[in-house]
Design a protein around this ligand. Structure first.
Ligand code: ADP
Ligand code: F6P
Length: 486
């Protein structure tokens, strides 16, 4: 029998159960059960580099259950979840076994799926044992989640780490409505065909009732893949029948809590870290990049573009500083280690070429920065440089817009290959592979007159305030709640 116990070190409103063997009783039904690989720790208020946790944290409500990985590696993957409730939200997490973790997370999820879905098939490393571990971890998630479920729960699974979880839940007899949201891009059939278990993964996804995407392009690519690999016939609304179930592919772009972020940036602007940054800059204009250190973010190309700016537009020498915050991410994966070495080299090249005894053009740091500090940095930045080679959405672009002072806003430069470019059309849209085009856009942004900056920002802010994190959650859950129960 599980007992409700107070645990040392937790605030008074947090309680810890023993290993859960029976459903946890929560007040309302239907509940939303969010499932994602990463679950924010209710005890840590530190920075979270990653769009998923940021967007969902903005929108969860009382009674929600959030299930996923504890962030801990153990000797073996857990059979059941540890449960903590905090501020009305129940966090249920399992540990992943060391060997499973390496093959599931570093191997199949981030060594095969991540590069492939970011159109980098050349970086894909596939091995059957990695895929088997991926399946095993998805199965372990299903087994540990199963006893926590109530008949009316809406189950909402997130992202590429959990493509086969819904199929495992169905195997266990779960008939609840299940939704899946793909945070990263989806690829067309010719690209997906590279992956040996492509059809199995699509079939796994298609045991859901609703499958959501960031852009129309991603949704269409998924439907094309479903036609090619599963031989289904979607209708004009993106619905198709698969194994006696009606599946619907929907467009529900993710967003941020814009008003909250604006308030955060206003508060942060002249205090703490933002104040220190401001003092170090003096009168210089700030060009800012904020990313996880990931090859999808186009960082080497961005550094080159900044080098081209200094070379082609020498009027900015000594008058501009580029700060790139690139939080280390997935450092056990070889391609990420190689990227870090590459960036160290290019940063050294640029600073070696252009620095003066009292001016360093490029500041590059690889540790995460607190969220309020980032908000203050955005507000100080004259240019927000968001140039991924491919990105599902990119919340940094939206945060940058929300953080600006409407009376004197900075300019967003945005890659046409970020999902956000579908919405944020008043940014300076660039091809991140073209260093000269990006350099010209930085020059344009640095010299843009106030009326044009304001008019672009007004339109962008209206959009960021419309497609919020809350709207994303409500739209998706609406689709899910209205799906036919089979
Ligand atoms: P992804 O999900 O691929 O990491 P997004 O741009 O959608 O990319 O989301 C990134 C989120 O993580 C944003 O909320 C951003 O503020 C935060 N973030 C990104 N880089 C850092 C960093 N270096 N330090 C702290 N937070 C970061
Ligand atoms: O948005 C893609 C994503 O993988 C999210 O699932 C995750 O929050 C973020 O990037 C960070 O990745 P990771 O969990 O591997 O650190």
């Amino acid at each position: 029998m599980n007992q409700l116990v107070m645990k040392k070190g937790l605030p008074r409103n947090q309680y810890v159960y023993g290993r859960a063997l029976t459903p946890v009783s929560l007040k309302t039904a239907p509940r939303t059960v969010i499932v994602s690989n990463r679950v924010p720790s209710p005890n840590e208020k530190g920075p979270t580099a990653g769009g998923l946790a940021v967007a969902l944290a903005d929108a969860i409500t009382d009674g929600t259950v959030w299930f996923g990985w504890s962030g801990k590696r153990a000797a073996e993957t857990s059979n059941s979840a540890d449960i903590v409730t905090a501020d009305g939200v129940t966090y249920a997490t399992i540990d992943i076994g060391e060997r499973d973790y390496t093959r599931f997370y570093n191997g199949f999820a981030n060594g095969a799926l991540w590069p492939l879905f970011h159109f980098r098939s050349g970086l894909l490393l596939y091995s059957r044992p990695d895929y088997e571990a991926y399946r095993a971890v998805n199965k372990a998630f299903a087994k540990a989640l199963f006893p926590l479920l109530k008949p009316d729960d809406l189950i909402w699974i997130h992202d590429y780490q959990l493509l086969t979880l819904a199929a495992e839940l169905r195997e266990l007899g779960v008939v609840n409505r299940i939704g899946f949201f793909m945070h990263i891009p989806f690829v067309p059939p010719a690209m997906l065909a590279v992956l040996p278990p492509a059809a199995e993964l699509l079939a796994g996804m298609s045991t859901c009732d609703v499958i959501g995407f960031q852009t129309e392009g991603d949704r269409v690519s998924f439907l094309e893949c479903a036609k090619t690999f599963l031989h289904v016939k979607p209708d004009d609304a993106g619905r198709f029948a698969f194994r006696e179930r009606q599946v619907k592919a929907v467009l529900t772009p993710i967003g941020i809590d814009a008003d909250k972020f604006t308030a955060l940036a206003e508060r942060a602007e002249l205090t703490g870290d933002a104040k220190r940054l401001n003092e170090s800059l003096g009168e210089r204009a700030l060009v800012l990049g904020v990313d996880r250190l990931d090859y999808s973010k186009g960082l080497p190309q961005r550094f080159d573009a900044f080098g081209r700016l200094l070379y082609c537009f020498p009027q900015h020498l000594r008058k501009v500083a580029f700060l790139q915050i690139a939080a280390r991410s997935r450092q056990e994966v070889g391609s990420y280690q190689a990227l870090r070495r590459e960036l160290d080299r290019r940063a050294g090249d640029i600073n070696g070429e252009f620095s003066d005894f009292d001016w360093v053009p490029l500041r590059y740091m690889t540790h995460p920065v607190k969220r309020n500090a980032i908000a203050g940095f955005y507000r100080r930045a004259r240019v927000g440089l968001v140039t991924p080679l491919r990105d599902g959405m990119n919340l940094v672009a939206k945060e940058y817009v929300a953080a600006q002072d409407p009376a004197n806003p900075g300019v967003l430069i945005l890659s046409r290959f970020a999902g956000a470019a579908d919405e944020l059309t008043e940014a300076l849209i660039v091809n991140p592979f073209d260093a000269d085009e990006v350099a010209e856009s930085i020059h344009l942004a640095l010299t843009m007159e106030l009326p044009e900056r304001k008019s672009r920002h007004d339109s962008l802010l209206a959009k960021v305030r419309h497609t919020t994190a809350r709207k994303f959650c409500e739209d998706f859950l609406d689709y899910l709640a209205n799906a036919e129960k089979v």
